[in-house]
Ligand binder design. Structure first.
Ligand code: FES
Length: 237
């Protein structure tokens, strides 16, 4: 009886409305279905961000996302319900499930910095896709709504990646006494600049994911014949 109650309490917590987390789950599932059932890699010079540079790197990008601190915080607090905050060892339920830390499968999160290196290496391809969209008609430079979307997507992914905590480590991790650095020190300047971006890392993480999905849907809408593209100008080169 007691066991059943615990089980029910666990299930009711899991499905408790948390619009941000569950809307992300739905978006990811729909995207996965769309990606693999109806693959779209390129249309009218627009490269789908899920295929940049190739769909084969998606598992690494997915691991980069899933091991990101922003998402970790979200699934620990809102799905597993533990820990609810730093240094808060109290569970928010009565099921007495033990917190095992990031062990077992979740030990994979420790590889985040290596997934970060892969993410960093892939960034230039998004800018190349933007460039390709501008020159896809040979002999012309063409600027369209879709190109703006590709650029916004590249910029948001860049902000998300370079505001990563692993990047902080890469920049300042080798410094023992940070306050001993002179004011003019390049490392200090870089680290302070990155710290500014790092404050908004969580926002960049969620907005960049939504924009990747939005760009994919936009390209699919174009393929379906929706009149959602517009050319601002086209000049011969
Ligand atoms: Fe979020 Fe590294 S902590 S990408």
């Amino acid at each position: 009886m007691m066991e059943n109650k615990r089980r029910l309490s666990f299930i009711s917590e899991l499905v408790e409305p948390n619009w941000r987390f569950w809307s992300l789950v739905v978006i990811l599932l729909l995207s996965a279905g769309a990606l693999f059932l109806y693959p779209v890699s390129e249309y009218q010079g627009y490269v789908d961000p899920f295929y940049s540079p190739t769909v084969l790197v998606l598992p690494f990008i997915a691991l980069f996302r899933l091991s990101c601190y922003a998402y970790r915080k979200d699934y620990h607090r809102h799905v597993f319900r533990h820990p609810m905050a730093c240094l808060n060892d109290e569970r928010m339920d009565s099921s007495k499930r033990k917190y095992t830390g990031e062990t077992g499968f979740f030990a994979l999160n420790n590889f985040h910095r290596y997934f970060f290196y892969i993410g960093l290496a892939i960034l230039p391809f998004f800018y190349y896709d933007f460039y390709t969209s501008l020159v896809y008609e040979s002999g012309f430079f063409i600027f369209r709504v879709g190109s703006i979307l590709l650029l916004v997507n590249a910029l948001l992914l860049t902000l998300w990646t370079i505001s990563c905590h692993a990047f902080r480590h890469l920049i300042g991790g080798s410094v023992d006494c940070y306050s001993c650095l002179s004011h003019g020190s390049g490392v200090k300047k870089l680290f302070n600049g990155q710290s500014l971006l790092n404050r908004y890392h969580e926002q960049f993480a969620f907005v960049s994911l939504l924009v990747v999905v939005a760009v994919d849907l936009y390209i699919r809408a174009l393929m379906a014949g929706w009149p959602v593209d517009f050319t601002f100008f086209k000049i011969a080169i």
